[in-house]
Ligand binder design. Structure first.
Ligand code: ADP
Ligand code: MG
Length: 698
């Protein structure tokens, strides 16, 4: 028997029970069970002094005496409260059920050991329904170990699978197989990072002797988990680099140079130059480029995209930009056409609203190669769209496209075109390593010169009058103002009412004919929306009242004030995107975050972050901490985040070490064929065969 045997080989596990383990927890083999980790531990090895308690909701054990017991009336019924004291301080023990019986059994002034989950409220600590034992009784027992608590399900519990039972199964496995547990990392890595041996790590994770050993065991297993994921990602990247051939853009000639000399309207920032260099190196290498370009709103990604496309043109290829919305595609089309003015380059736009006749013409020009650059939306992905020789596809705002759609562009011609994915949603470095670990990443981390930071303040609804006054002053200077309302699907009806109420009160405050107001929301017909939007773009209206539809797109340099209503209801990245709509002209711009007085701790953190920084990456880091990696835009599809023990946010340090180690290992031994890497090789190939997570990575 070995660890690959089904768990029915463990004494006491019937076929029926094994089936339940599989359906409820996905556990099939002994090895699966050994890798089923506790999610917390009952630590009865330590005693705490009341003064040392921390508000962390952990479970603690304290020795002290009850000095007083009383019944306290509350909204419904009452609760029993005992004052509990040790030499360092005082806290409370609380009961809601069985009060009478408990009250009679409590002894005043006699030392107890109490154990339970700590509550913290208004600066006071309490334990509801503590486990209690008289010290005299406690001393008779010898219970000093940390006990693992395993995740479970109702079905398991109901059919008699208790935590204790799971513990026993795992204990017997460890007793039987400890010596047979194979090391999965090389000696070098273990020594370099002073890691615990695999078998000891497993032993200590399930049955830790003390907190220190537990920490070491966790570190080892987190490192291992992240290491193998990174190994997979880095390897995939290397394989792509060597196996997938790409077009070689070796010529830099008239299109690129001519544009640079005659049409480039400004000097590139250093960040833009650096990124362009990275891209040029890629497309000249003979390998296929698959690069992510991150840059905050307004950092100047368009010009980088354009210069990259010109490289393709210089080498006889076509280029395309795909955007998530028509507005955005239009804006790209206009920007690109303007920038290319006077150059002999054919640019066209293909979206859902392009008429059949025009569409046919585009298809034709694409196929015979007279069209050089095509800009568009999803419409580009239709089967009828065939390029003569597409050299590069640029995808804007990546998170709006699925992986499948990305792949579809690839199939347009024999060799895959180079891919450049642009996103204005900064992804924290550590998260990017996990989610996009197989892509190359470029970052524009510098805004063009002369940009003034958008002054951002948080105001309560009660300050609205002074906000109106401020708007009037700005409008008097010739500026324009956005007022944005939240629109959350679940509360759509209410939100529309808020929007309309808001619109009415703004209309009263800013009456015709002196003031003109645009309103745009999702329930309007596209044509009406465009009309209203266009009036604002043309400067015919001074105020734009809108739901978040303006988040993507709209470039109105003259707009200098962004007012966000109920800002506490927006997510951080959304707030950041909205704020990016102003600060595009030369003048000082403002962002006013309005909210009610009632704010959750998280909402406070979000608003405070917005006021304090305009650095998209810092904002993304905070967002990641608040919401966890699964909720960050663009990461949902990634299986990389279904981690067993590591946490990409909390364990970012380990992640960085693990990635660097994976890179080192593969650089020295790309096929993992060296003898010292045998443990890694064995584990790696076994995992790629069995693990569910891995199939999701690509
Ligand atoms: P985004 O990264 O949000 O797509 P854009 O490419 O639209 O940003 O650029 C935002 C604005 O900044 C545009 O008006 C563009 O012309 C301008 N811009 C871009 N790069 C520079 C630069 N190096 N110097 C001055 N202005 C620039
Ligand atoms: Mg852009």
């Amino acid at each position: 028997m070995n660890l690959d045997y089904p768990i029915t080989y463990i004494k006491g596990v019937s076929v029926q029970r094994a089936t339940l383990f599989y359906t409820e927890l996905g556990i099939k083999t002994c090895n699966d069970l050994l890798n089923f980790f506790p999610f917390r531990y009952i630590d009865k090895t330590a005693f705490y002094a009341i003064k040392d308690l921390q508000p962390n909701s952990s479970e603690v054990q304290i020795v002290g005496k009850i000095t007083n017991v009383k019944s306290v009336a509350q909204k419904r019924g009452s609760r029993l409260v005992a004052t509990f004291q040790d030499t360092s301080g005082t806290m409370e023990l609380v009961w809601f059920k069985g009060q009478k019986w408990i009250k009679d059994s409590l002894k005043i002034g006699v030392p107890y050991v109490v154990y339970g989950k700590l509550n913290h409220y208004n600066g006071n600590f309490s334990i509801p329904h503590p486990e209690m034992e008289l010290v005299t009784e406690y001393k008779k027992k010898l219970q000093t170990k940390m006990q693992p608590v395993y995740p479970s399900t109702e079905k398991l519990t109901n059919s008699g699978v208790s935590n204790k039972l799971i513990r026993n199964y795992i204990q017997s496995l460890l007793q039987q197989f400890y010596d047979g547990i194979q090391e999965s990392l090389s000696e070098e890595i273990i020594n370099d990072f002073k890691l615990m041996q695999k078998r000891d790590a497993l032993l200590n994770l399930h049955f830790p002797k003390n907190q220190e050993n537990l920490a070491k065991a966790q570190y080892r297993l987190k490192f291992e988990e992240l290491f193998f994921i990174q190994l997979q990602l880095v390897r995939k990247k290397l394989v792509n680099k060597t196996k997938i051939k790409g077009f070689v853009f070796e010529n830099v000639s008239d299109y690129f140079n001519g544009f640079y000399k005659n049409n480039l309207p400004f000097d590139l920032t250093n960040a833009q130059k650096r990124v362009l260099k990275e891209i040029r190196k890629d497309v000249a290498s003979g390998a296929h480029m698959n690069r992510l370009l991150q840059g905050d709103v307004g950092s100047g990604k368009t010009i980088v995209a354009l210069l990259t496309m010109l490289l393709a043109l210089d080498n006889g290829f076509q280029a395309t930009i795909m955007a998530p919305t028509e507005i955005l595609a239009n804006q790209h089309y206009m920007a690109v056409s303007e920038l290319l003015e006077g150059m002999d380059i054919n640019v066209d736009i293909l979206t859902g609203s392009v008429k059949t006749k025009k569409r046919r013409e585009i298809h034709q020009n694409l196929e015979d190669g007279t069209l050089h650059i095509l800009i568009g939306t999803h419409a580009l992905l239709e089967d009828k769209v065939k390029f003569k020789n597409l050299g590069i596809a640029i995808i804007d705002e990546q998170h709006r496209f699925g992986v499948k759609q990305r792949a579809k562009l690839w199939t347009k011609n024999e060799l895959p075109p180079h891919i450049l994915v642009m996103t204005a949603t900064p992804i924290p470095r550590t998260l990017a390593m996990s989610v996009y670990g197989d892509l190359d990443i470029s970052v524009i981390d510098e805004l063009p010169p002369g940009r003034k930071e958008v002054k951002t303040v948080h105001r309560y609804d009660s300050n609205r009058l002074s906000v109106f006054k401020f708007m009037k002053d700005e409008i008097a200077k010739g500026r324009q103002v956005y007022i944005v309302y939240p629109l959350i699907q679940e509360s759509e009806a209410m939100d529309y009412k808020d929007l309309m109420d808001g619109y009415e009160s703004v209309s009263r405050e800013f009456p015709l004919p002196k003031y003109q107001i645009s309103i745009v929301h999702g329930k309007m017909k596209p044509a009406d929306k465009d009309y209203e939007m266009q009036r604002f773009v043309n400067g015919e209206t001074q105020i734009m009242v809108a739901t978040t539809v303006i988040e993507v797109g709209v470039n109105v340099p003259n707009a200098s004030v962004m007012i966000i209503e109920s800002s506490e209801r927006f997510g951080l990245s959304q707030l950041h995107q909205l704020r990016g709509r102003v600060g595009r002209g030369a003048d000082q711009s403002y962002c006013i975050l309005l909210s009610s007085f009632k704010l959750s701790v998280e909402a406070k953190t979000r608003l405070k972050t917005m006021v304090e920084t305009s650095d998209g990456f810092k904002i993304a880091e905070v967002d990641l901490k608040l919401r966890g990696p699964g909720n960050i835009m663009g990461t949902q599809q990634s299986g990389v985040l279904n981690l067993k023990i590591a946490d990409v946010v909390k364990d970012s340090q380990i992640l960085v070490s693990a990635r660097n180690t994976a890179i080192d290992v593969l650089q020295e031994d790309p096929n993992l064929s060296k003898k010292e890497n045998l443990p890694i090789r064995n584990t790696f190939f076994k995992m790629s065969k069995t693990s569910k997570v891995w199939s999701n990575i690509s």
